[in-house]
Design a protein around this ligand. Sequence first.
Ligand code: BGP
Length: 482
Amino acid sequence: MEQMRAAGFPEGFLWGSASAAYQIEGGWKEGGKGMTNWDAFVRIPGKTYKATTGDVAVDHYHRYKEDIALMAEMGLNTYRFSVSWARIFPEGTGEVNEEGIAFYQDIIDECLKYNIEPMVTIYHWDLPQALVDEYQGWESPRIIDDYVHYAKTLFSRFDGKVKYWITLNEQNIFTSLGWLTAQHPPGKFDDQKMFYQVNHHAFMAHAKAVLAYRQMGGKGQIGASFAYTPSYALDCKPINAMAKANYDDLKNYWWMDVYAYGRYPVAAMTYLKKKGIAPDMADGDKEILRQAASQITFMGVNYYQSCVCEYNPMDGATPYGTMNTTGVKGSAQELGMPGIYKNPANPYLMTTDWDWSIDPSGLQFCCREITSRYALPIVISENGLGAFDKKTEDDQIHDEYRICYLKEHIKALGEAVEEGCQVLAYCTWSFTDLLSWLNGYQKRYGFVYVDREEEEGGTLNRFKKDSFYWYKKVIETNGKEI
Ligand code: BGP
């Protein structure tokens, strides 16, 4: 394979991979864990691809030692994983479940044994169902104190061992899919007012957890992970350039400005107020958001694709078009906000089988934008290619397309570093194959193949893909040989 020289990554750069509890653990009724919103949601007919669930997932709950040993063999120096809130507090709050603490304590110790820096996501979408039953979860401001209590428990129990904390994973995604498109729990459709309200609660939970961490003497790195889809205007027509500005305010800065500055973008807020869908805020919220913004130490970025912005007439594309969850190329519909913007396909980019554009430069754009707009260090907390992988009869997985995807993205990231962006870590999604929330098990992302399909019953054995050996080399050479 052709060797390329990437720009120099700083010493101590963290090369990692990421996962999320629901997508990898399984053991859904074990270890005293309580039920979650996802345990309930996947049981509603038609919600997930071929009714797949994370009941067993890829059985990381029982195989974490084997998985972390594989990470060590590869030379990974950080592992980003999430804690399932319902393993720590089965009812969302109240008594701590010591078995849950012990499970994550073991994972952390196992990582540290191999010098793998544990990077902990406090919330990656699986919410204790008890809090939904009690007060509708994120819809109520009561979630803020419960989340902070949960976060503080993790801070104190894993004190000294965990130096990287991610408060929320992709707040923009779980709220959009949960309250606008009904594709995630709680499955609400087009509830725009509640969408912004839920987001405000999530911002307050994040902010209060960040402040609590510092009050407790936490000196580590803390921030949120944002699903950043950078945008290009279709052309230089002013109306399309304005569509891009509107998209950026409503789809990107709405979240990143709050994390980094502690305030909402003005034009977007003015628009929401006119429409009567701006969030209600309590006295003092603005000050708390502002204080927390001064305490985060990085912007977490999950980057998969870029998009194009074009003016969208009032009768144009909506946010509710069909999403491709089957891997049948071309089945996704164009999305947009009527009267504001739409996202046509980019004719200059190739797409994955799930219709996601492949754009390494987009990653560089993300880094440049964060650096000049927020002057914050960056953690790339997810980046990867979902693909159909085939295991040969002699147990090989030749995923050269994944190597190619990651290579080009690492090159672009290296250029961002050369340009002065302070990037702390690069985590691929994912280390082992795992459950894709809406796309089942056939959409694979890992360096390690797991023997299972949509239905239960595979051996769940692990097999190293070609990309495993390739990434090992990338890490060994600190990104010099890609
Ligand atoms: C991000 C999520 C991950 C993961 C990834 C891949 O949005 O944080 O949990 O699922 O996307 O997405 P998908 O599984 O839909 O292909």
